[in-house]
Unconditional design. Structure first.
Ligand code: SF4
Length: 361
């Protein structure tokens, strides 16, 4: 058995719409999937997308805006989102908040643009804030769709997503025992960005059955940042003798949400969303992020952390000096590589990774 064929975003969207469903385009990072699915809105995430010609959107943005926001705006302006029913913009950072305002006040796409604020702290007050945001989003969706799902329906949708998140967690944590190559594994894990939870569960279970005869070889690394784009980065690491043993990526490792506990579905969803590992876009403390990275290093046996960052990503760059200094004090090497999500893999990046792996091997 090899890796299972994963349908493309386009195929998934078309199938869902042909069956009478609606689609929500969701920008990074934290996606209220269960809530959207209870309105029969399929959440399809937009991380850029990479490779967009951003010139149409650039005139609206400052020159030091990250490529995720630049590509997203160009994507909206290109009309590629015409077929979706709503656009959800979580306020993960100032740039995304600015993009949300720009769309609502100036671009005015044909679909409703729904902002979603995130608490910037932990604890009970943060959970109540998140649940209140989800309730406000729920009421906007009632207005837009004319449908009011019952508590039982919302809970069923939230629990279905929890099951998919549990499988994503298993994939991430058991990666060393799986026979999938690193690019194959990330194609499966990143299908969580657009497959309905129940279809993702089928693909994930199949991948979890693909056990390797021996544990994977290669110098273990941790990849930290937003997303592994261009995906070629994963092949470059493998070709240079490394392997991604764990990740602290916003699109994967920071979204291994634990299940919620509340009997109220929106409180439960809030608990789950806030239960992921420390994250710059949720304002986690530097110490929490240091502790988490050190735990990942210990659990995975990683020899170094690669901070693979999107250029001009303020939330990530803010933490970087302190994270690197703390890792260095505990004897863990790290490198920083900054890329634009639309750029091809540069020789310079390849050379730096090769040099790092040579010294660690
Ligand atoms: S890459 Fe960074 S700055 Fe850009 S949208 Fe993501 S979190 Fe915000």
């Amino acid at each position: 058995m090899g890796a299972m064929q994963i349908p493309t975003r386009r195929e998934v969207i078309e199938n869902h719409q042909e069956a009478g469903g609606r689609v929500a385009a969701v920008l990074p990072v934290h996606n209220p999937r269960g809530l959207l699915r209870s309105f029969d809105l399929l959440p399809v995430e937009v991380w850029g997308p990479p490779g967009m010609d951003t010139t149409t959107g650039d005139e609206h943005l400052q020159a030091y805006t990250c490529s995720i926001v630049r590509c997203s705006l160009a994507f909206v302006l290109s009309g590629a989102l015409e077929a979706v029913d709503v656009i959800v913009v979580p306020h993960a950072c100032d740039s995304l908040q600015g993009l949300g305002s720009l769309m609502i006040d100036f671009i005015k796409p044909s679909q409703p643009v729904l902002p979603m604020y995130l608490p910037r702290q932990a604890g009970a007050a943060a959970q109540d804030f998140m649940a209140a945001e989800l309730r406000a989003l729920f009421e906007r969706l009632v207005e837009i769709t004319g449908k009011r799902p019952t508590e039982v329906e919302v809970m069923a949708a939230v629990e279905r997503e929890e099951e998919a998140d549990g499988l994503l967690t298993q994939l991430s944590r058991q990666r060393a025992q799986l026979s999938l190559s690193c690019p194959e594994l990330y194609r499966v894990m990143r299908a969580r960005e657009y497959l309905p939870a129940e279809r993702f569960a089928v693909v994930a279970r199949h991948a979890l059955e693909q056990r390797a005869a021996e544990p994977r070889s290669g110098v273990p690394l941790i990849l930290s940042g937003l997303l592994p784009e261009p995906m070629r980065i994963l092949e470059v690491i493998a070709e240079a003798g490394g392997r991604v043993a764990a990740d602290d990526l916003a699109c994967c490792g920071r979204r291994l949400y634990p299940p919620g506990r509340s009997d109220d579905p929106l409180q439960r969803l809030a608990q789950s969303l806030l239960g992921g590992s420390p994250d710059a876009t949720r304002g986690s403390s530097v110490q929490d992020r240091v502790d988490h990275l050190q735990r990942l290093v210990l659990q995975s046996g990683a020899k170094a952390v690669v901070f693979y960052l999107v250029k001009f990503c303020e939330p990530e760059l803010f933490y970087l000096p302190q994270l690197r200094a703390a890792l260095e004090r505990s004897g863990v090497r790290s490198v920083t590589i900054e890329v634009d999500v639309g750029d091809p893999m540069s020789h310079q990046v390849v050379t730096r990774l090769e040099a790092l792996l040579e010294t660690l091997g």
